[in-house]
Design a protein around this ligand. Structure first.
Ligand code: S3P
Length: 755
């Protein structure tokens, strides 16, 4: 069903319902907008405002006409509304709601809509305020605000897409999650704060259960007279609608009690600190809270501002403090493959049907891609424990985003999306953080222009990219440097192009895009060694299931770590061993590393294995040119292996490393030299003579892989290491510190606030 031709019924024309009606009307979204409510006055007002076309207090009569129904009434009233409408619904009608608790509402829907529960898409716009009622409604209430949908496995995907389109079209940022996760998260972020605000006001005013004041008038008056911003700020939400909040607490009692208990523990601790007069502990607790809150506010205001450029790491800097450690023992599984996670979201988004992804990397880079596709109007549930469900919109279903797409630190996201968006019929801007803004984009912009896309960049071909997509023509492109990102961008554009798109390089590069396109039922032609790839435009993608293996680029830190520490014996589970990614295994074996590949199997289109790594004495090598693209991301930690090896290691033909997240040749050479290693940077590589490693301070230049490589180097260092600027480790390896410590490293983070 098309939103444009639909009749929208809003049940309950308060702050939320009224604002949806205003925004839908302003955007010219639905053919007709009907409203139903208990009181005639606001309905009449909305009719006069031109916000709705018709109203009634007779719900069944309106329900018979509606294609899409938004139930925007208090949580415990939803059941009665659904029951009243159930027998009157049109076949195919889609229902959604706006209640703040989802578990209760979903139960009610199953009960009240025996035939229609599949077309009930539970929703929750996080956009309320302490004001309520139609007069408080605003046309822009949802702009930049999150709306959470909690569809189940059985919910009709078309219904999910229709509801997503409605919210997206009125400016909201639509997220999906499970009912249980929603209710737990909201208990902590919304329900508990409301409970506290109500309680604080009552406690200060000493209002007892009967509403009687237990405190003298004078004392109360003083509190109010002198209560400035603090009281006003903290108690703002105590002005919220008591009836609505009663319903919320009645519906989400257990989850709220759980967070309330945690809060009472915290308060109890605070009470002891006060009793003990422990200023140091108090200040440190306040500092932690301030840092967290400041960071939250940065992101919150960025997310709701027109330009929407959140900076994940602003306001604080993280250093790693590392000491010699090991041996590395036990079994670990590193997070999901970054390259595969990006591609899974993009291909699933333009496929037909629902794709289930498991093992998804919940790191900032892949999350930026996920958010970008949400901004392009795709309904995506998760990630929850690596599971993501993507409701594909088909080849032509992406919608214009509200503002620039912010891609953080991720070159892969920017280059691949440049390809995909070159073929869309809307304009879009792609931007990123400081490091991404320095990276070359001409390598994708030029061939995409040759295909017919209109792309402009900042000076020297750097981001931001402005893309006006359109009709594309297939081309043959010869890559000067083998790059999977360039190849993938052109293949994604090629899906939409007229004729054939062909990409060639002298050497093969990672082939996840080709494999995954095949898994989505696209025919891809490839030369035997993979250096030549082609596809015909006009093909469709069919949704599938994707299991993302653990990232060999993240595993590489542990392959080297266990190799260089005597006594190590570590098992890495479920690692992707795609032959276009295993350059590091070949190189380390060449150096004498003891790596055992066990239990090789195929998962989806990708080979996976467990890898056992034991300590071994390493020897220096010369890196063969053909292995450079197959180990391109692993050189920072490979240099650490070289620093621990006997003799000399030489890398050439790798000038590409100078334009990664940092200049990885320059930054690594400088860091190694600072630790007393005999390392010489070459224009296109590095020469390292193995020996001892000293302690000291080095700068990672905000590069995640440099930071983790030096954490590994610390294992063999004669003194402690301070590694500066490590927050970006979260881009590719969430949970690195915990996992590294569990495996035998001795590593901690120190967070520092910066102006
Ligand atoms: C990637 C390709 C490589 C790699 C990057 C991820 C990908 O870049 O360095 O981290 O997912 O396609 P290039 O294609 O530019 O070599």
């Amino acid at each position: 069903m098309k939103l444009e031709n639909s009749t929208l019924l809003i049940v309950g024309l308060g702050l939320i319902g009224g604002s949806v009606a205003r925004a839908a009307r302003a955007a010219g979204l639905c053919r007709r907008i009907l409203a139903c409510g208990r009181d005639r006055a606001p309905l009449q007002q909305a009719l006069e405002d031109g916000v709705i076309d018709e109203f009634s207090t007779d719900l069944p009569a309106l329900a018979r006409q509606a294609d899409l129904i938004l139930v925007a009434v208090p949580t415990l009233t939803v059941a009665a509304v659904l029951a009243e409408m159930a027998a009157e619904l049109r076949p195919g009608a889609v229902i959604t709601d706006a209640a703040s608790v989802k578990g209760r509402v979903v139960e009610d829907a199953l009960h009240s809509l025996p035939d229609g529960a599949r077309r009930f898409v539970p929703g929750h716009p996080i956009a309320g305020s302490e004001q309520s009622g139609y007069p408080a409604s605003r046309v822009d209430l949802f702009v930049g605000r999150k709306v959470i949908l909690t569809p189940g496995d059985d919910t009709d995907p078309d219904a999910v897409q229709l509801v997503t389109r409605l919210w997206h079209a009125i400016g909201a940022d639509v997220h999906g999650m499970s009912v249980a996760r929603h209710d737990a998260v909201l208990a902590a972020t919304s329900h508990l704060p409301h409970l506290l605000a109500y309680s604080l006001v009552n406690a200060l005013m000493r209002v007892d259960e009967s509403g009687e004041h237990r405190q003298g008038h004078e004392q109360r008056q003083q509190i109010l007279d002198y209560a400035a911003g603090g009281f006003a700020g903290f108690s703002r939400i105590a002005s919220s609608d008591p009836h609505m909040w009663r319903d919320i607490f009645l519906s989400n009692g257990p989850a709220t009690i759980e967070v309330l208990d945690q809060f009472m523990d915290e308060l109890q601790q605070m009470r002891s600190l006060l009793e003990q007069g422990d200023g140091v502990a108090m200040e440190s607790a306040f500092r932690r809270a301030k840092l967290t809150r400041d960071r939250f506010m940065d992101r919150f205001s960025a997310a709701t501002s027109a330009t929407r450029l959140p900076s994940m790491n602003s306001g604080s800097r993280v250093d790693f403090l590392a000491e010699a450690g090991g041996p590395l023992t036990g079994e670990i599984r590193v997070p999901g493959d970054k390259s595969i996670s990006h591609r899974a979201i993009m291909l699933a988004a333009i496929a037909e049907g629902v794709t289930e992804i498991s093992g998804f990397l919940e790191g900032e880079d892949a999350l930026h891609t996920l958010q970008a596709l949400r901004d392009l109007g795709v309904a995506i549930c998760g990630p929850e424990c690596g599971r993501v469900r993507v409701y594909g919109v088909g080849m032509h279903g992406l919608q214009a985003p509200r503002g620039p797409l912010y891609l953080g630190n991720s070159g892969t996201a920017m280059r691949l999306l440049a390809g995909l968006l070159s073929a869309q019929e809307f304009a879009v801007e792609l931007c990123g953080d400081e490091s991404l803004s320095r990276r070359p984009m001409d390598r994708v912009a030029q061939p995409l222009r040759a295909m017919g896309a209109d792309i402009s960049t900042a000076a020297d071909g750097r981001p931001p990219l402005s893309i006006r997509g359109g009709h594309l023509q297939g081309i043959t492109h010869e890559m000067e440097v083998p790059s999977a990102q360039v190849k993938s961008a052109l293949l994604l554009a090629g899906l939409y192009a007229e004729g054939e798109t062909r990409v060639h390089a002298d050497l093969p590069s990672r082939d996840h895009t080709e494999r995954m396109l095949e898994a989505f039922a696209v025919r891809v032609g490839r030369s035997e060694d993979g250096s030549d790839v082609r596809l015909a435009g006009g093909q469709k993608l069919q949704a599938t299931r994707i299991d993302v293996p653990a990232d060999i680029s993240s595993a590489a830190f542990f392959l080297v770590a266990a190799s260089i520490v005597p006594g190590s014996n570590l098992l890495l589970r479920h690692v992707g061993i795609n032959p276009t990614r295993t350059g590091i295994i070949t190189l380390l074996r060449e150096m004498g590393a003891d790596l055992e590949i066990l239990n090789t199997r195929r998962v989806g289109g990708e080979p996976v294995a467990d890898i056992r790594v034991r300590h071994a004495v390493l020897r220096g090598i010369e890196v063969p040119a053909a292995l450079v693209p197959l180990a391109i991301d692993e050189f920072p930690v490979f240099f650490v292996a070289a620093a621990c090896a006997e003799g000399e290691t030489v890398l050439r033909n790798a000038a590409e490393l100078r334009v990664k997240e940092s200049d990885r040749i320059g930054v690594m050479a400088e860091g190694l030299q600072a630790l007393g290693v005999d390392a010489e940077s070459l224009a296109d590589g590095m020469r390292i003579r193995g020996g001892s490693i000293g302690g000291g301070e080095i700068d990672s230049a905000g590069d995640h892989r440099v930071a983790m490589a030096f954490a590994v180097a610390a294992l063999r260092a004669s003194g402690p290491l301070r590694i500066r600027d490590c927050a970006n480790v979260a881009t590719s390896f969430p949970g690195f510190l915990e996992l590294a410590n569990a495996a035998g490293l001795r590593l901690r983070a120190e967070q520092e606030q910066i102006a």
